[in-house]
Design a protein around this ligand. Structure first.
Ligand code: NAP
Length: 251
């Protein structure tokens, strides 16, 4: 039986999420583009439709259980049962520990960790019913520790443990779960970091590229290509893995 081909990508209004949504649409998935505000999803949806793909935009805050339940129900109704989930929505609230506020901590943990938990708990109902599913969580090289990112590195390391547990619990239902841990990817998020440290984005990227073995920074499409493989049917024996996509090795 052909698998249901509906994918959800969170935080897909821009950056890595938008590239993943476009790539999965090219791969033949009907794609639900979820972001905080439905209006912000329209650019990604229009780009997919312009290429002949199928997509809908849904507004939801992934850290809010009610909004998540409503969003996943809307996707299932309009596009069919979601069997593919890419938990990509993310925010930064960087600060050195002694300056980090409660709100900096809670916001980052809530969007990345609670958001991925809520989305996955909702989507697995459809996946286990279909006896098939693919989950990809966006971790980061920051999971290994990064100055100014106690909140973010804790969330991204947490997502790795979350991913491995999903792989163990859901494997018998035909569901795989993997994490992609990107290094430096040129997006609004890294542009904002450049601004915060007082560097031009071009200089910031040049400095980062000099430290990366392949000699360049990453693009959203680098991550989309990896996600495309992990959500494919042929990746069914790859589960519980953390794939560093960083232009070089990481521990
Ligand atoms: P980005 O350009 O900032 O995009 C993140 C998207 O997530 C935005 O559209 C944002 O919406 C959305 N979002 C934020 N909070 C949300 C919420 N509560 N509910 C729903 N959507 C929400 O970031 P990116 O660089 O593409 O990063 C994507 C993912 O990759 C993140 O998980 C990030 O941590 C991870 N990552 C990025 C890099 C990198 O170098 N860029 C490296 C490693 C890992 P708004 O625009 O409305 O805020």
């Amino acid at each position: 039986m052909a698998q249901a081909r509906t994918a959800i990508v969170t935080g897909a209004a821009r950056g890595i999420g938008a590239a993943v949504a476009k790539r999965l649409a090219k791969d033949g998935f009907a794609v639900a583009v979820i972001d905080l505000d439905a209006a912000s999803t329209q650019e990604t949806v229009a780009a997919i439709e312009a290429e002949g793909g199928k997509a809908i935009g849904v507004g939801a805050d992934v850290s809010d259980a009610e909004q998540v339940a409503a969003a996943v129900a809307e996707v299932a109704e309009k596009l069919g049962p979601p069997t593919v989930l890419v938990n990509n929505a993310g925010v930064l609230r960087d600060n050195l520990l002694f300056k980090m506020t409660d709100s900096d901590w809670d916001t980052v943990i809530n969007v990345h960790l609670r958001g991925s938990f809520l989305m996955t708990r909702e989507v697995q109902k459809h996946q286990t019913e279909q006896k098939y599913g693919r989950i990809v969580n966006l971790s980061s090289t920051s999971a290994l520790g990064n100055r100014g990112q106690a909140n973010y590195s804790a969330a991204k390391a947490g997502l790795q443990g979350f991913t491995k547990t999903l792989a163990i619990e859901l494997g018998k239902f035909g569901v795989t779960a993997n994490a992609i841990a990107p290094g430096f990817i040129a997006t609004d998020m890294t542009a904002a970091t450049a601004e915060r440290v007082g560097a031009s984005f071009e200089d910031f990227k040049k400095g980062a590229a000099a430290m990366i073995p392949v000699g360049r920074v990453g693009t959203p499409e680098d991550i989309a290509a990896t996600a495309s493989f992990l959500v494919s049917e042929e990746a069914g024996f790859v589960s519980g893995q953390v794939i560093y996509v960083a232009g070089g090795p990481r521990d």
